[in-house]
Ligand binder design. Structure first.
Ligand code: HAM
Length: 418
């Protein structure tokens, strides 16, 4: 029997799980400052929640969904993203009269993609969705929130904010026609993927990573020339607000996003280096038509999601999780229980304390050093008889005898002095 994890999935152990927790906690704290509250939706949904909304021709729907039929014959899909499930939750919980709604979420998503650095089949996102307002202020605020999340993690200098507008449906349709008109005579020169997209989803050709495709696109019509006056001034207003907020950004006309529900403002947080080809740390945009498409009223909305694994890659080596740890060391079997009780006393005061379950003093001291404990609190026969504890500073090697009564105060002082 093979007990390897499924390709494209992984276990988070030790520092990795600490990093994961740090990211989620920090992002949630930031989102709370902006009035967001948490939402948890199921990790699987009826397949139709995703099929139409993300776009039949999108990569996610056409080749990446984990679909299964349950025992009752219903088609279910492991969620590839969090936006459509939240739109579904707004409808199924009758929240359409309680706008605006501000949701923060995090958790696993599933896409059958080719695994590589920064890309897996089960990956994790933090995300936010703001439902109700349709004003450039909301767009700027959501981009600002993404930037603040990166700032709080100390990552803003490693990431560039790219923004674009996809315009309204009419502008997009007109542009799509013009792009197809331009590329059709050149289709033999396009990459295989782009040739397919020319039929299924021509605007996705714009973000092709193929150099030849990009050369052909140099003289292609530009989306911004097809924008309605309204779409164009909306986008200008978003840019003005971002400048007023002091958020550096680049306008990238080739940013089209991979899911069909977007309109108007779209944006991505792109890592400048370190992540290789999977350099989008996060992305999002406006999706004003999604709830209506799902059978609800017209509710404009905007949101973004960031990949936790990609944030982890950026953060690796830059965060120090070392808690100030104490190791309680009984000198022999007689002192095991008093040492165990001492550990509980220290923990009750909020100190980080570990105690081995077996081994002689030297083994336990070695283990304490391995775990990067800063102090060992040794309890032997003499200590028990005298009501004292021997405190060894594991960095300097110095040793002190402390009365058992004063131990909490002493350790707090010693830790503060580090
Ligand atoms: P997305 O661009 O598909 O957007 O995904 C957002 C982020 O999730 C990406 O920028 C990337 O960091 C991460 N990600 C995506 N696929 C993978 C993968 N296979 N492995 C690792 N990380 C990955 C959405 O999902 C939209 N729901 C965002 C949104 C929210 N739009 C509006 N509201």
């Amino acid at each position: 029997m093979d007990y390897q994890p499924i390709r494209g999935t992984k276990d988070f152990l030790f520092e990795q799980s600490e990093l994961y927790r740090t990211i989620v906690d920090s992002a949630l704290d930031t989102a709370r400052c902006y009035g967001f509250s948490e939402i948890y939706t199921p990790i699987f949904e009826s397949s139709n929640v995703f099929q139409k909304t993300l776009g039949e021709s999108s990569d996610v729907v056409s080749k990446e969904m984990y679909m299964l039929e349950d025992r009752g014959g219903e088609s279910l899909t492991l969620r590839p993203e969090g936006t459509a499930p939240i739109a579904r939750a707004v409808l199924s919980n009758s929240l359409t009269q309680s706008l605006p709604l501000k949701f923060f979420y995090h958790g696993p998503m599933f896409r059958y993609e080719r695994p590589q650095k920064g890309r897996s089949r089960q990956f994790h996102q933090i995300g936010v969705e703001l439902l109700g307002p349709q004003t450039p202020i909301a767009d700027a605020e959501m981009i600002q929130l993404g930037y603040a999340v990166l700032q709080d993690l100390g990552l803003e200098s490693l990431v560039t904010v790219h923004i674009n507008t996809l315009g309204d449906t009419d502008s997009r349709q007109a542009y799509r026609n013009a792009l197809v008109g331009y590329l059709t005579p050149l289709q033999d020169q396009l990459s295989e993927d782009s040739q397919k997209r020319l039929v299924s989803n021509p605007m996705r050709i714009l973000d092709s990573k193929n150099e030849e495709d990009q050369k052909l696109l140099e003289n292609a019509p530009k989306l911004h020339d097809f924008l309605s006056t309204e779409a164009s001034s909306y986008f200008n207003e978003v840019q003005t607000l971002l400048s007023q907020l002091g958020i550096p950004f680049e306008v990238n006309q080739k940013l089209v996003r991979g899911l069909d529900y977007y309109c108007h403002t779209a944006f991505e947080f792109i890592a400048d280096s370190k992540l290789g080809s999977q350099n989008a740390v996060g992305g999002g945009g406006r999706y004003d038509g999604l709830i209506k498409q799902m059978g609800g009223p017209h509710i404009p909305a905007i949101g973004w999601a960031m990949g936790i694994e990609r944030l982890m890659l950026l953060l690796e080596d830059s965060i120090d999780f070392e808690e100030v740890k104490l190791a309680v060391v009984p000198a022999g079997p007689e002192q095991e229980v008093p040492a165990f009780l001492l550990a509980q006393r220290l923990r009750a005061e909020g100190l980080y304390v570990d105690m081995g379950y077996s081994g002689n003093v030297s083994k336990r001291m070695k283990k304490a050093a391995q775990q990067k404990a800063l102090f060992a609190l040794i309890l032997g026969e003499d200590e028990i008889n005298n009501g004292t504890i021997t405190v060894k500073d594991l960095q300097s090697g110095s040793q002190q005898t402390v009365s058992s009564e004063d131990i909490i105060e002493h350790m707090n002082e010693a830790i503060d002095a580090i």
